[in-house]
Design a protein around this ligand. Structure first.
Ligand code: SF4
Length: 332
């Protein structure tokens, strides 16, 4: 592990200014991914800017009904926040489906958004990996690609799935990510545009410019009377990443779907919004036939690799089952 400088930021301006002084700077929040990867020499840093003392720990409802979440709100605090429990239960469920109690207590909202892939070849530090070492190739394409590799949004340069549960719920809800740059300016990026597809530049994972700091994630206003759920399928029932997951929000009028949001995890290279499948639901009377059609539509562009073809029917199942469960649920 290489040596690094450490600075404890006193303000957001101090953090971004300090970060901009050196090329290989990383922001340190919960550290649940960053420190692991630094110890493995997978992520290098010569300058760590500790942002844990910044005033970014608040969750507040804005006048327009949106929910503004500080970057440093822990996963546990967010999942238990009364506004989230009441108005965004799908987010609370998704967060609680991830990691372990200890990790959720340390992990932050922004850190979860910035979570790195779980591909073994990325993390072993030696295999060809375009994400870790641009241009070196992708060992997963010809290697083991069963559990943490995607079937949607892949490219010939990277097929690693996005590991977050929280981000899948945020994709379904809709959100904006607020960033601050070293010039002191803020900008917002739609959550749907924040995570990038691997394409031919898999080492670029986010729409962040150099040294920008995430200060907040703001959720869209709740849809009103709705029903929602996060369903996660995995190899074991706790402390495991999704093989396939779905976050679904429905507004129903009797048996008819008025509004629908569907996002997928475990099967895609970024938190994946199934927009066409959502549109197919709207205005339709819910039925087993419709659930199957929607599930097939959401995975129709999937591309399987040597060991993960099962993720296509599994992805369909995780949508159809979630829809079936929600249809039996009361709206709140
Ligand atoms: Fe690296 Fe992506 Fe290939 Fe994994 S799938 S080895 S992260 S390029």
């Amino acid at each position: 592990m290489q040596t690094f400088d450490y600075v404890r930021a006193q303000s957001c301006a101090h953090a971004v200014n300090s970060a901009s002084t050196l090329e290989l700077t990383r922001y340190l929040a919960g550290g649940t991914t960053l420190l692991d990867l630094m110890k493995l020499d997978v992520v290098k840093a010569d300058h760590l800017v500790d942002i844990n003392r910044l005033p970014l720990q608040q969750v507040e409802t804005l006048d327009d009904g949106r929910l503004r979440i500080g970057a440093l709100v822990s996963n546990t605090a967010l999942a238990r926040h009364p506004q989230v429990v009441t108005h965004y239960p799908v987010l609370a469920q998704a967060i609680m489906a991830g990691a372990s109690t200890q990790l959720r207590n340390k992990a932050t909202t922004a850190g979860n958004v910035m979570q790195r892939v779980r591909c073994n070849y990325f993390r072993d530090g030696v295999s060809p990996c375009n994400k870790r070492q641009p241009g070196s190739g992708c060992a997963a394409l010809g290697g083991l690609n069963r559990s943490v590799h995607a079937v949607l949004g892949t490219s010939d340069h990277c097929i690693a799935s996005h590991p977050s549960d929280m981000c899948v719920a945020m994709a379904a809800i809709g959100a904006q990510v607020t960033l601050q740059n070293p010039q002191g300016q803020s900008r917002e990026v739609n959550f749907a545009d924040f995570h990038l597809l691997p394409g031919d530049t898999p080492w670029r994972e986010h729409a962040l410019e150099p040294h920008e700091l995430i200060t907040h994630v703001t959720l869209d206003a709740p849809l009103g009377t709705s029903r929602s759920g996060y369903l996660k399928l995995r190899d074991r029932t706790s402390y495991q990443f999704a093989l396939a997951s779905s976050a679904i929000i429905l507004v129903m009028d009797g048996p008819t779907v008025i509004e629908a949001r569907i996002a997928l995890g475990g099967v895609a290279t970024k938190p994946w919004r199934a927009v066409e499948a959502e549109q197919h639901l709207i205005g339709q009377r819910m039925s087993a036939q419709l659930m199957s059609e929607v599930a097939e539509m959401a995975l129709k562009d999937a591309r399987a690799y040597a060991h993960n073809a099962y993720k296509i029917p599994l992805g369909q199942q995780v949508i159809a089952r979630n829809l079936r469960d929600l249809t039996a649920q009361e709206s709140v």
